[in-house]
Design a protein around this ligand. Structure first.
Ligand code: PLP
Length: 224
C-alpha cells in the first residue's frame, strides 16, 4: 500500500515541479510516521523513504531505539524545552523552534553532546488562533539572530503550517509569505535554504511556492 501511495505522491510532486520549473532533487519528502507502528515504518523504509517525521518527543525517542538504518529523523512537532533531551541524540532536524527559550535549550543540550543541531524557526503565517510560531518581523529577526550566535545551532530554514482549508489562495499566501520572510532574512545576512511547508492536503501548492521539505503522513500511510 505504501508503495502505491508513494508512486501517486511522486506523480503529484513531479507535476508540481514541472508546473513551477523546479527540480525534484530540491525537495525532501518527509514521511510523517507519527502514530505508525514499527512494522509500517520498516515498510516505508523498504519503499525507499529516507526521511521520517515525528511530532512527539517520547515517541521519537522510543522509535529511534527500535528502528535503525540509512535514514534521518525529523522532529516536526511543538517541542517543550524540558523534552529536548529525548530527541537531541537522534533528530537530524528540529523543524518547529517557536521560542528563544527553546532555541537556548536545544543549543545547551547539543553543546553537551558536541553536536551541531539543524533547526528551523516555526513561523505563524495565518491568523488562526491556536497555532504556534513567531509572527512579528522583529521577533523573527531576533530569533534568527539568536540562532546564528549560538555555537551549536545551525539555522537552516523556516517552517509553517497553512490552515486546513479549501481556499487555495489563502493557503498559497501562507507559503508565499514564508518564502518572502526567508528572502528578507537572507538579505540581512542569514543563509537559509530550507522551507518546510506542505502536508497531505496542500503539498502541491507548497512545492509551487518553493517548499524544499514537504511533510506527508496521511497520503502515504492512510488515515491515522
Ligand atoms: C501530522 C503532521 C503532518 C502530516 O500531516 P498529514 O496531513 O497527515 O500529511 C505534517 N506536519 C506536521 C507538523 C504534523 O504534525
Amino acid at each position: 500500500m505504501i508503495l502505491d501511495n508513494l508512486k501517486k505522491i511522486e506523480d503529484q510532486v513531479s507535476s508540481s515541479c514541472v508546473k513551477s520549473g523546479r527540480n525534484r532533487s530540491e525537495i525532501k519528502l518527509i514521511a510523517v510516521s507519527k502514530t505508525q507502528p514499527v512494522d509500517i515504518i520498516q515498510e516505508a523504509l523498504k519503499a525507499g523513504l529516507k526521511d521520517l517525521g515525528e511530532n512527539k518527543a517520547q515517541e521519537l525517542r522510543d522509535k529511534a531505539e527500535l528502528v535503525k538504518g540509512d535514514f534521518y529523523w525529523h522532529f516536526i512537532g511543538h517541542l517543550q524545552a524540558n523534552k529536548v533531551k529525548y530527541i537531541i541524540n537522534t533528530a537530524e532536524y528540529i523543524h518547529a523552534v517557536d521560542s528563544i527559550k527553546l532555541a537556548e535549550e536545544i543549543n545547551l543540550k547539543a553543546e553537551k553532546i558536541n553536536k551541531k543541531q539543524n533547526v528551523l524557526l516555526e513561523i505563524k503565517t495565518s491568523d488562526e488562533p491556536a497555532k504556534f510560531g513567531f509572527e512579528l518581523e522583529i521577533d523573527i529577526f531576533n530569533a534568527a539572530d539568536f540562532c546564528k550566535k549560538s555555537s551549536n545551532l545551525i539555522l537552516v530554514g523556516l517552517m509553517t503550517m497553512a490552515p486546513y482549508s479549501d481556499d487555495e489562495k489563502l493557503i498559497r499566501n501562507c507559503f508565499a509569505r514564508l518564502r518572502q520572510i526567508k528572502d528578507n532574512l537572507n538579505r540581512n545576512g542569514l543563509d537559509l535554504n530550507e522551507l518546510s511547508m506542505g502536508m497531505t492536503n496542500d503539498f502541491q501548492f507548497a512545492i509551487e511556492e518553493g517548499a524544499t521539505m514537504i511533510r506527508i503522513g496521511t497520503a502515504l500511510f492512510g488515515n491515522r
